[in-house]
Design a protein around this ligand. Structure first.
Ligand code: PGA
Length: 251
């Protein structure tokens, strides 16, 4: 089947970056994208919320997209310290990561919470990147596929379609550890995810599925070539423009 899904390389900066360095990084990515002249792939950077506006400004005039790392389910109200999807949109974001395993673990986010956040993203005109992934214990217990199915069914809202949904498969044990699944394991997980999505999304075949977890320039080509992988969600390696661009080049 001809590949119709446009690759997406997303950088999750996590809780890293003060303004000066973040702007250098954002400009470095924007300049690199301009130089490369890519028209066949999307690059997205997701800085901390404090920097979304400045980064959006810094990449203006390039095709680099900007996203948030999380949002609240409500559009406004008495939720001290929280950030609404509408606020991210207002700052220039077009995507938002929801359900990252660090938030599932650190903040106790459940599938239901994540689904509400994905709906909030839609309400604000953002595309949610819904993250799912098994822990090492779950993998070793042979539960990977059932965990992925449960997380997908719980966190992808009804009414999802390929233009307004991205799914990121991030095995928890591969995040920030330097460990990655084999390409066969990635391909198997992605094929399973697409099969589960088939019952949830009308055009599941067109939904972009990203792999995330210790992606770097050195392993990107291999991981991105695995079946059903339409891009990457990159943490640590997205904090250096050259490394992030090298990953994008590997598409
Ligand atoms: P990593 O993080 O690339 O540093 O492993 C990936 C992620 O958490 O999205």
């Amino acid at each position: 089947m001809a590949r119709t899904r446009r690759p997406l390389i997303a950088g999750n900066w996590k809780m890293n970056g003060l303004k000066a360095d973040a702007l250098v990084l954002a400009k470095g990515v924007a300049d690199g994208v301009k130089q490369a002249g890519w028209t066949d792939r999307d690059l997205l950077v997701c800085p901390p919320a404090t920097l979304v506006m400045a980064v959006a400004e810094a990449v203006k005039g390039s095709t680099v997209l900007v996203g948030g790392q999380d949002c609240h389910a409500k559009p406004s109200g008495a939720h001290t310290g929280e950030i609404a999807a509408e606020m991210l949109r207002d700052c220039g974001a077009s995507y938002v990561i929801v359900g990252h395993s660090e938030r599932r673990a650190d903040c106790g986010e459940t599938d239901a919470v994540i689904r509400a956040k994905a709906e909030a993203a839609w309400r604000a005109g953002l595309v949610p990147i819904v993250c799912i992934g098994e822990t090492l214990a779950e993998r070793e217990a042979g539960m990977t596929f059932s965990v992925l199915a449960t997380q997908l069914k719980g966190s992808v809202p009804a009414g999802a379609s390929a233009v307004r949904l991205v799914v990121a498969y991030e095995p928890v044990w591969a995040i920030g550890t330097g460990k990655t699944p084999t390409t066969a394991e990635v391909a198997a997980a992605h094929a399973h995810i697409r099969k589960v999505l088939d019952g949830l999304v009308a055009d599941a075949v067109d939904v972009r599925l990203l792999y995330g977890g210790s992606v770097k320039a050195g392993n990107a080509a291999e991981l991105l070539a695995a079946g059903d992988v339409d891009g990457a969600l990159v943490g640590g390696a997205s904090l250096k423009a050259d490394e992030f661009l090298a990953i994008a080049k590997a598409v």
